[in-house]
Structure formats: C-alpha cells, structure tokens
Design a protein around this ligand. Structure first.
Ligand code: FES
Length: 86
C-alpha cells in the first residue's frame, strides 16, 4: 500500500508536487496555498518526502521516520523538548 494524497483535503500528492514545482513553493507555502495538511495533519511528513524525492506515491513510513519528518514539519528536531510537550 502506498500513500498518494491528502485525504482530508482530497488533494493528490501529484497535484501538490506539480504546484510546488510550478511555484517554487516550500512546504509551508504549499500548505498556505492549498490547505493540504490542515486537517488531521498526518499527511505532512509524506508531503515533505514527496517534495524531497519528487515521487508522488510514498511507501508507508516507519513510526520513527514519521516522527522524525513530522518534527521537521513543525520546525523541531526529535530531541527538541518541545517535540514531546503535550
Ligand atoms: S490527510 Fe492531509 S490533513 Fe489529513
């Protein structure tokens, strides 16, 4: 099984990748412009990988990789004390 869309906003990663490339958008800018990642937010680590790899379909991330990428999405490092704050 592969992950290929922001389910909450109904936007495919292929569409997001095309918009990011066309506009030279960062993840934050892509979120602002499309609303992707603003529902449950669970797609954000995948979108970050999509932007980095250029691959619009991603394998399911391990828990550790998901946490690491999610921390990056939030501007935190996994060891940052804020990352584990409630
Ligand atoms: S799947 Fe993207 S915000 Fe929920």
């Amino acid at each position: 099984m592969r992950v290929s869309r922001c389910v909450c906003r109904g936007i495919s990663f292929a569409t997001l990748l095309a918009e990011a490339r066309a506009g030279g958008l960062t993840l934050d800018q892509l979120v602002d412009q499309t609303g992707c990642g603003t529902g449950c937010g669970l797609c954000l680590p995948y979108i970050l990988r999509v932007l980095r790899t250029g691959e619009p379909e991603q394998d399911i991330l391990s828990a550790a990789e998901f946490d690491r990428l999610m921390a990056e999405c939030r501007g935190l490092t996994p060891t940052d004390s804020r990352a584990s704050a409630p």
